[in-house]
Structure formats: C-alpha cells, structure tokens
Write a protein that binds this ligand. Structure first.
Ligand code: SF4
Length: 706
C-alpha cells in the first residue's frame, strides 16, 4: 500500500491515506487501452470497440471525444460496409466464438485485445466439454465475458451467480457418475464464494472437473482490499456501477469496514460526510483506505486521493504554526510572534484555562491563537455542567482540532483527549481482565456498541445477553438491547485502529462460575434457598439457586397427587426450597418444596378436633357414603347411616358433589390419617351418640370388607 509523502507533510500526526498497491487498470484492461491508444497514435480514422472497452462511462466519454466509437456485435457488418477502413477492437472480456470467427472469415480489420486469462477459459471449456458434458459457469449471466465463455461449450451450459442457482442447476444435472460436469468461473468472481461452491460440487460429484479461473489480478486485488479495509477507518472503492470486479471489491470491504463508500469519480465521493466522520473519530489515529476496480483510470484515483487528503488536512494552510527564525531586523511584535511554540492539528498539548462559560472553555496554549473548547468537545456526558467542572487557572490536556487564522482561534477537544486516556484504560482492562461498566448505546451490523466511559466497544451479538443461536440475530433484537446497562470484559483490541471488542457473556459466565464455587463451599442438607424455576419436565422442576441448579421431584412439589409439575409451579416463578439431599461429587442436588407446615394433615389437626363442627364440601359419592373435603388435601367420610335420620338407598338421594354442608367430626384416626364425619349427629342431639357409635362400627366393617 502506498502512503503519500505530500500527505505526511500536511496531514495531522497519525492520519493516513493509503492506496491499495493493486488498484486501477489491471493488466488485461491496460493491454486493451494501450491497443486503442496505439491505433489513435497510428492515425487510424475509424476505430470501433466491440462493446464498451471498459466499464467506465467517464473514460468512454473521453475516448469518444477522440473519435473512438462503440459498435455492437450485431452492427459489425453494417459498420464495415459504411467504413471500409474500419478497425475493430475486441475488448478484454472477449467475444462469443461466432463473432470472432465472423471477423476472421470476412477478412475484417481487427485487433484482438481479449485478456489472456479470458482466452484461457475459452480453451478450457472448449477442450473439456463435449455434447454429453454439462458446463457450469459461476458468474453473471449478463456479463459479456460469461457470454463469450458460454459460446465455447459443446454441451449444456448452466450459469449460476449464487448458491441457490447452483443447487437448482445441480438438481437438473442430476448425480450421474458417468457424466460429471465441468466448472469454471468468471475471472472476477468472489474468490471465497467460488471456493465454497467448489466444495459443494465436490460433495455432489465423484469426478467433477473444476478449474481455478479467477484471475490472479482479481484474487490479489480482493485480498489486498480486504487487508486494507481491516486497518482502515474509512474505505473508498472507486469503480463504475457496471463494473463487476469493483462491486465485488465493495462487498469485500463493506463486510470488514462499516464506513465503506463506492464511487465512480471524485464527484461521487461524499467528501463532506467522510470529513465529518474523520473529525468525529480522529483521536491521534485515522486511516482512509482507497482501492479501485480494474476499469478505473489512474487520474480519477489520483484526484480522489488528493481531495481525500485535503479533507483530512482540515485547513492545510493553518495546520501548523511554524516558528520563524528571530532576526535583529524584526519588530518587537514579530519577535513575540516568532517566540510562540509551533503546534499542529492532532497534537496533544497542555494549556491553562483562562475563561469558563456555560458553553465553552478558553485555554491559553502559549501561542498567539486563542484555544477554545466548545461544549460539544468537553464531555461525553449529555448533562455535563461546564462551570462545575472547570476553573480558571487550572491546567488542562487537550487535542488540537483545527486552526482558524482569520479569526485567530484554535479549536480544541477535551473529549478526544479523554478517549486517548481511556484507550489506555481499555488496554489495561484487556491485559488485566478488568470488568468495565457502561451501557449499550447502538445496534450495528453483527452486534452492539457499548459505551464504556468515553470509549465505544463493539460487542458481537454472540457476546451480548441474547440467547445463543445459529443464525445472526435480527436487527430488532439487537435494537432492544439499547439502554441495557451491563458489565463487560475486553476480549480483543486493535491498537492501530483503537478498536476494542468486548463481551458481556464472558462476565456472566465468570460470575456464574464464582457463584457456583461459593455455593458448593457452603451448601448443606436442610439449608433453605430462594430460587427461580428454570425448566419443567414430567418428573420434576429444575430450580436455579444462583448459578447452580437443583431438582424438585414431582412428589416433592405437592402433598396431593399431581400429574405434572406445571400444576404447582411455572417457569420463572421464584420459590422457596430446601436441600433434601446432596451429591457434591456429581454436583447433584435434590430439593424439597412441600414443608411440614404446608402438610394438609398438620393443617387439619391444628385446626380441628373430634366433636368440632366443620363446613365440608362433598367431593365424591360412593354406595356406602360420601367423601367431603374438610381442608384442602384432607377428606372425611360421611357414612350412609350418618347422612340423615331416615334410611336412604344411596348418598346421592340427598347429597350432590360440590355441595357444602355442616358436619360433625366424629372420629380422627391419626395412624391411618382418616376422619369420620356425621351430618345426622347435628340433627338429633339425643341420638347423636348412638349414631356416632353406629357409624364408627359400620365404617370399620366397610374397611375390613374392603
Ligand atoms: S481482471 Fe484479470 S481477467 Fe479481467 S481483464 Fe483484468 S487481468 Fe484480465
């Protein structure tokens, strides 16, 4: 990559404009352009390129102004008739076989500037295909290079530009070992994608013939563009919209560097926007990368790099205040000015605060310009109060942003200085594994931005608090995280670009581990915990006790018989549990949920005794009596003889399920947890005792029979 000496002189320290070594006309395009230039120099009057010589309207317009016309394939013969001295130029993409043959057979004057890399593909397809062999061309079906390649195949041709089209074409071709396809790609296709498609074809066919036909120029250019994008804060890709290789360069750079711009000429480059981005992000380091497609003329690249440099220089005339030599001939004022030190934009300097207002701070830097820090450059805190934080006479460290000679001021930034200092904290945090506090402030492609003090840290989606998933999360999911406060650990840094990557997940994992270790140190049988129900299965509920999970077996959830844990708890419930059993080695914990206090029999005996009267609910009717609920979980039997004074055939004659009645507790069998009830005992007090005895005897008889 090239840096420019000129820029070294005028760019602020740490700011760079880098141009990819392989940018602009490639070998094949240069060859075709040279061929046309030679024809012009030779004085040819009627030069026609068959199709556009290169995909660059600006360059084509210049050629047209010099008398070079474009001729469509179908117009070759009529053009030759009109201009018998016409000379046709075959461009680097090549032509379909029939058109080339026609030029030859008709004895027309032509120069073949087909790129040798393209010619090689023609030969591969021609010699490796026959009527039975299918040819797969990976590329753009409307591209003239692909149309040319296609014409050299002898059998069926399938043109695929993506994985879906490739899969569809393989389905049509079928999986016949006797007829494996051959595969080539357009010279400018994306290398990585083509490698993936090769793997796919190798899986499907036993003997496919796959040819590496991406030209090395493209390969190198794509690799280099990717590397440059990796170290650049902003990337410019220059090329025409129709240029396939330029578009691919853009895709590659955009995947790596978010601030990537595509432009055909210098006029299309949004310099003002890039300049703003540069000024917002420059803090001692900033790299602008430039690459260009194979059809971009050198002068366009040159113009863009100069204008980019100018934009980043901010104010080149006043970037540096030079210190002139002090001479005896100088006036006193000239000597005073000459005694001032020299300062450059981008430099970190110390000054003394001379004035503080609500909106700005003035700083004496020991130069003739007045240093001013505007409110927007003082702090990242939107509620920051200037007068509470700065005092006249204090020293202050700042970054020099911009000189304005006309107004005699120099704009300064404290924020950028803070970013600088904080960067060191970030690096320390990375080296020492320190946890940083902050919050999510922005959702970006592939993750979120976390503001840790003045520094912005990128958190990949897989390191946020979102559940892990094979697919990248949707943008809305990431957007929902904005505002979430949290703690992160720095997991990677790029010192040159001052970029840091952080992880919330690592902090959560480590904290969980620490909590687990502490738990196992202190856990013991019988200990009470409050936990959160994490999941339910048919045999119990798993409860998070704060880093460690325990299980409450279904039988431990309720004193009643239940069919599923969901009858008692649901996921997310906070419940009190106690440790019933432990296996420290296997890290297993059995938990209890139901307690003696919640035991229905305990509740019943705490509330009632024999002779007490209770409001009971009929829950089932049997031939020998009715069962009634006294408290939830404890039912008593009202024997048929104890339902009413008259003799009845069956309990349903006078009682129904769900009905609430008053009944006397006539007996409590502690051992078998049984309760006898009588309605009749409440109806005839004199007969009650007799009735109760009868009922107890009858009940015993029923039990014995059963
Ligand atoms: S990109 Fe490669 S194949 Fe295409 S013209 Fe240039 S050198 Fe030839």
């Amino acid at each position: 990559m090239k840096n420019f000496d000129m820029e070294k002189k005028i760019l602020p320290q740490g700011a760079k404009v880098l141009l990819a070594e392989n940018s602009g006309f490639c070998f094949g395009v240069r060859r075709a352009v040279d061929a046309v230039e030679k024809l012009i120099a030779d004085g040819e009057k009627h030069i026609f390129t068959v199709g556009e010589l290169i995909h660059n309207p600006t360059y084509l317009e210049r050629l047209r102004a010099r008398g070079v016309e474009i001729c469509r394939e179908e117009d070759i013969l009529s053009t030759a008739e009109r201009y018998p001295d016409a000379v046709f130029v075959i461009r680097a993409h090549g032509l379909p076989r029939a058109v080339s043959s026609m030029l030859e057979e008709r004895g027309l004057r032509y120069v073949d500037a087909t790129c040798p890399f393209v010619k090689k593909i023609h030969r591969i397809v021609e010699s490796n295909s026959d009527e039975k062999t299918d040819t797969i061309i990976i590329g753009d079906k409307n591209h003239p290079e692909v149309e040319g390649i296609k014409s050299y195949a002898h059998g069926r041709v399938f043109i695929c530009s993506d994985e879906k089209e490739l899969a569809e074409c393989c389905e049509i071709i079928g999986n016949d070992d006797q007829n494996c396809p051959i595969m080539v790609s357009q010279t400018t296709f994306n290398l990585k994608k083509y490698e993936n498609y090769q793997k796919l074809i190798k899986k499907l066919y036993t003997k496919p013939k796959i040819f590496d036909t991406i030209c090395s120029v493209t390969e190198n250019r794509q690799n280099e563009a990717g590397k440059l994008a990796g170290i650049s804060d902003v990337m410019l890709v220059l090329g025409a919209k129709q240029s396939s290789n330029s578009k691919k360069l853009y895709d590659i750079c955009r995947d790596i560097c978010k601030a990537t711009y595509f432009a055909e000429t210098a006029e299309d480059v949004p310099f003002a926007e890039i300049g703003r981005f540069y000024r917002d992000n420059f803090c001692g380091n900033f790299t602008a990368g430039i690459t260009a497609g194979a059809s971009t003329p050198d002068d366009i690249i040159e113009e863009v790099k100069i204008r980019m440099t100018n934009e980043m220089t901010i104010n080149s005339d006043a970037t540096a205040i030079e210190t002139p030599e002090i001479k005896d001939t100088m006036t006193f004022e000239e000597m005073l000015n000459a005694s001032y030190k020299s300062i450059r934009a981008g430099e970190r300097v110390q000054g003394v605060i001379t004035s503080v207002t609500n909106t700005e701070v003035h700083v004496d830097l020991g130069i003739k310009h007045t240093g001013i820090i505007p409110y927007s450059e003082l702090s990242f805190d939107p509620n920051f109060k200037v007068e509470e934080n700065f005092k006249v006479g204090d020293n202050i460290d700042v970054v020099v942003v911009k000189f304005n000679d006309a107004e005699g001021i120099v704009s300064l930034s404290k924020k950028r200085m803070d970013v600088d200092k904080n960067w060191n904290e970030i690096k320390d945090a990375f080296e020492n594994g320190t946890i940083l506090n902050g919050k999510v402030v922005e959702a970006v492609r592939g993750g979120v931005i976390f503001q840790a003090g003045p520094n912005r840290v990128f958190i990949p989606a897989s390191h946020t608090t979102l559940p892990r998933s094979e697919n990248a999360p949707a943008e809305e999911e990431l957007t929902k995280l904005i505002g979430q406060e949290g703690r992160i650990k720095i997991i990677d840094t790029n010192d040159q670009r001052r970029r840091a990557v952080g992880s919330m997940r690592v902090v959560i994992r480590e904290e969980r581990k620490a909590a687990q270790a502490k738990f196992w140190e202190t856990v013991e049988e019988g200990k009470n915990y409050t936990g959160t129900v994490k999941s339910l299965t048919a045999y119990g509920a798993f409860v998070d006790l704060g880093g460690v999970d325990g299980m409450v077996h279904i039988t431990e959830l309720s004193w009643k018989h239940i069919k599923h844990p969901s009858e008692v708890v649901k996921v997310g419930d906070t419940i009190d549990v106690f440790v019933k059993a432990l296996d420290v080695e296997k890290k297993r914990i059995s938990l209890g949920y139901k307690t003696e206090e919640s035991n229905p029999w305990t509740i019943f005996t705490g509330k009632y005794a024999v002779e007490d009267i209770a409001e009971v609910k009929i829950v089932s009717l049997m031939p020998f009596g009715a069962f009634a609920e006294i408290v939830p979980g404890v039912d008593g039997l009202i024997h048929i003889s104890q339902i009413c004074e008259q003799k009845i055939q069956k309990p349903a004659d006078v009682l129904s399920v769900g009905e609430t009645v008053a009944a006397k507790i006539t007996a409590i069998d502690e051992e078998n947890k049984k309760v006898s009830l009588s309605i009749k005992a409440l109806l005839a007090p004199e007969a009650a005792e007799e009735a109760v005895e009868e009922a107890v005897e009858a009940e015993e008889a029923e039990t014995t029979e059963a």
